[in-house]
Ligand binder design. Sequence first.
Ligand SMILES: Cc1cc2nc3c(=O)[nH]c(=O)nc-3n(C[C@H](O)[C@H](O)[C@H](O)COP(=O)(O)O)c2cc1C
Length: 369
Amino acid sequence: MKIFDVLNLSVYGQSHSEEIGMVLSGLPHGATVDAEELRRFTERRKSGKYLFSTPRREDDAAVWDFGVTESDNGKLLLDSSVKAHINNTNVRKADYGYARTPRPSHADYVSAVKDGDNAAASGGGRFSGRMTAPLVVAGGIAVQLLAQKGVNVGAYIGELAGVKGKSYLDGNVPSADEIALAHDAALPMLSGAEEAEKVLSETARRGDSAGGIVECVVTGLPVGLGDAMTEGLESKLSAMLFGIPGAKGVEFGAGFSISSMTGSRANDPFVIRNGKVATSTNNAGGINGGITNGMPVTMRVAFRPTPSVSLPQRTVDLDTMTETEITVHGRHDVCFVPRAVAAVESAVALVILDEMLKTENNGAVAHLT
Ligand SMILES: Cc1cc2nc3c(=O)[nH]c(=O)nc-3n(C[C@H](O)[C@H](O)[C@H](O)COP(=O)(O)O)c2cc1C
């Protein structure tokens, strides 16, 4: 399955290569984005912005290689193809080295088998969360281009370390302003952050890690984006979201809980609101048959706890083929979920932008602009 039809995104590099980067092609002619807004967006993925991120301080500044003209008023004028790289300045190889005694549930073991001598276990290689830095540069562009079309993509943490925060499942889709406010808090939750902070402090003290659920809502969408089966919006969004390291579950609207509802409870009744067709509930998450129905598209992404924990763990020595124990050293996130919020927005925005550009190109949806 190909995710994009109009856009083309290539993310390259590894956690410990000299640089990582991205090439994003297929952008519309004359696209511009605000440089400062893009910087603030990528900042949200950077370590140090939120609590419980790694003490590893990385430089996430995007260096434009081609396709971008910076103007005096802080705007970036984009060609149809843009390339950016990010220098990997804070690499301490001594921190890592689990190619032969793989960290449980990281990609060390599968990489050792698949890549042999080229195993990418050093810092996670191409599997590292660091690879979301270029994704977020591309995503930040997509978020702004969508906003210019009246489409808002906003994500926040709905549950952290088992602590539930305010969720769209409570019945109301949070406003863009409410979500933006949460982005500037110590933990990007709409409520429950204090309780989550307590639980995470205790988790960190024990040398353990924790996961959580990122919720994402997209508003301002027209009816008609997407198509059936693997061309469907759910298929494409899921494929992109599962590309974020550590993502272990994706659900739309009421998601897994819809399976225990009756049909009459699960169905979203059609109503007329302001002269337009709408639904009075949104259990389907704004998508029917893979196609947007005009309601907000809502989804939840479950992220695992950080695999690298400093507590002793059972593993194997691949050289001696014996069982052994490791303690993972190095600078890891106690919880990387706050940093994954901008990555979720990026994945979602790129897919939606692609669908909108495709539809604009073939004119299938009349009221796009
Ligand atoms: C922003 C971000 C930061 C991450 N930081 C770490 C980390 O410091 N240590 C770690 O072991 N895993 C970290 N991860 C998760 C691993 O990259 C991921 O679990 C691993 O690649 C295995 O992939 P899987 O969990 O999808 O199977 C991070 C993920 C993201 C999105």
